[in-house]
Every structure is written in C-alpha cells, then in structure tokens.
Ligand binder design. Sequence first.
Ligand code: SAH
Length: 393
Amino acid sequence: MVELKLKRGKEESLDRFHPWVFSGALSHEVPDSVAEGDIVGVVASDGRFLGVGHYQIGSIAVRILDFGRTEIDGDFFRKRLEAAFGLRKALALANAENNAYRLVHGEGDFLPGLVVDIYGPTAVLQAHSVGMHYAREIIAEQLVGLDGLGVRNVYYKSETTLPFKARLDQHNGYLIGSAEDSVAMENGLKFNIDWLRGQKTGFFVDQRDNRSLLQRYSPGRRVLNMFCYTGGFSVYAMRGGASLVHSVDSSEKAVMLTDANVALNFPDDTRHKSFSEDAFKFLDNMDGGEYDLVVLDPPAFAKHRSALRNALRGYQRLNYKAMEKIAPGGILFTFSCSQAVSREQFRLAVFSAAAQSRRKVRILHQLTQPADHPVNIFHPEGEYLKGLVLYVE
Ligand code: SAH
C-alpha cells in the first residue's frame, strides 16, 4: 500500500478524526502508481501513521475509512455494515408500518462515499467516490449476507454521483437479484419507489420525521406542497385531515409520481390536486390567503460553495413569496438541503424574507435530518438538512 505524506501540521484534523484529506495537505505529488479509487495509507510529516482511505483526484484527495492499519476487505465492510444496521435496529425503523430507511449515510456511518437506502427487500446503493464504486460488489454481497436485514436485491445507482472525469463508464443496474415489489411503507403510508428512474435513490427518506410533524398541523388546513417530488408531504397532509392539498413540481414526472402515491393511499379522494409548474411562477400567480399550510422543500440551491450567494438570494426570494401569500395564522414549513448553506445562513435568508414581508413571524420548530442520517461528530459537514416551521400572523 502506497503511503502519502502530509505537510507539517496538516495531521491535526485527522488526529481529531475528520475523515477528509485535502489535496493541498499532501507534501508531495501522488506517485503514478496510485490510481483513482486505490486504498492508500496517510502518514504525518514525521512518518506517524494516521489512517487508510480511498484516493481520489480532486479537492478531497483521500477519504479515510479507518484511523488504523486496517485491511479494507469484505470483513471490514461487513463490520461497518453491521454497525450501521445495529444503529437502525436501535431506532426501530424496520417494523410492520415502515420498511424504508437509510442504512448507510456516508461519513455518518464511517463509510465516506457510500449511501445505502433500504426499501423492503431491496437496497439501493450509491457510490460518491471511485473507491466505493470499485468496492460495490463486495458491499452488495455483504448487504445480502447481513443477518436480519432481509435484503435480497441490490440495485446500484451511481451514474450521476461519481466524478465524470474518472471515466468509469458506470451503469445503473442490479448487482444482485432483480426487480421486486417496489411499494415501500413509511409510517403506514404506501409509496411507489422508482429507483430505476427517480432522483437520488428514488425517494427522500430524510423528510420522514418532518412529514409526521406536518401531519399534526394538517387538520382542516388548506395545504400547498411546493416541490412535491413523490408527494411525501401531500400524503401525510391527507392522512392528517387537510381540507385540500395542492402539490406543485416543475417536473411532469414528479407530478405523476405524486398523483400515483396519493391514489395508492387515498383512492378517489377529491381533496388532492397537482400542478406541473415552476414554483416561483405558481407563487406569483396565486391569490393571497389561499393556503394555511405551505411546504417549501426545494432542491439544493447551492451544490458548491461558489453558488452560495445566489442560493441564499434564492431562498430569500422563495420564502418571501410564500410569506407574502400565506393566510393569516398560516404555518410555513421551509427547508434547505444544501450542504454548503449553514443553519445560520439559511435562518438569515428566511429572516430577511420575513422582514421584507412585514408580517409577524415566529419560529415554532427547528428541524433537521432524521436519526437514520446520523452526523459523525467529527464531521459536522454531514448535517445538511435544515428546516424551520414558522407561524405567520
Ligand atoms: N419534498 C420532496 C423532495 C423535493 S426534491 C419530498 O419530500 O420527497 C425537489 C423537487 O423540486 C424535485 O422534484 C424537482 O423536480 C423540483 N423542482 C426543481 N426546481 C423547481 C422549480 N423551479 N419549481 C418547481 N419544482 C421544482
């Protein structure tokens, strides 16, 4: 195993168990013998061994898998997956009412570069690093072998998550098993999960707890679910007793997914209507006071730090439009899933929107991602989902 040496002082973050080694921290060029995705060792300037990880070309040069001299093999992945499953068992997420949850959340499960979502008998695996791409088959085998997990099929979905320049020519497809029942259950509600064509792993399991909270606020309210995608919030609002639910997404396909999921749970229920429209346009065109409960769950406005300023402006504009139009005494659920936007920055953007709307706005809840998306305490960047529930007078 090739060992990469760090510049003096650059070992500090690794000594605090942060799992990323930035390329600028390396004291020398990476030898030609090291290929992208290889397992490398990392040593301090005095030669002290710091850890092993996956090498990648880019600003994060090494993602540390273990802070010791550990062999990265099937046994390593089995132990990490067992630990991840152990946590999910403690959360009691697999039960008669629920079989959709995240089993592996990258750094949050000490497996940087890997995401695994479970939908009943099917695991959807996403590699965000070249190293995890190469390890995909070993990981798939371990997933199927994991006692009590009940996974029979492993679908690999990394066409859009791997660095384009790596030229891996990766294809989405089943590594083990084949297509099976694609209806998953979340808190007793049914969802058709399209991991073949859907975004990310086909469903956003990270809003589970926040959807439950929304259900509590739904009785008798007129609900607008903006950026609805698969209609998660819409279905919970229906169950909660909303008087009407309108779902909006600019993607025609998303609107179809929403309609299908609503029909799956509430066939022939005339309270629901969906619109394939741009969110900003929809908010501009609607009358004031039409909705008492509004959800804003847009895609990440900032995928990178460079887009931060525009992203913050986008959040402000969007929230302003919603606050301007929501009925008096309205409840606004507003989110940001951009990792590059901090909790403070998001709050400031929403604060600016509130000031601009000149309405009295109070914070009722401060929301985050659920426990199956744990944040490694040494890797605070893993906290990406931020939400506020506001009361708008
Ligand atoms: N709230 C969803 C997840 C939203 S994902 C859930 O709980 O699962 C973001 C969605 O926003 C995508 O479906 C995407 O199609 C949609 N979208 C992106 N830009 C949009 C725009 N300008 N107007 C409306 N929808 C948009």
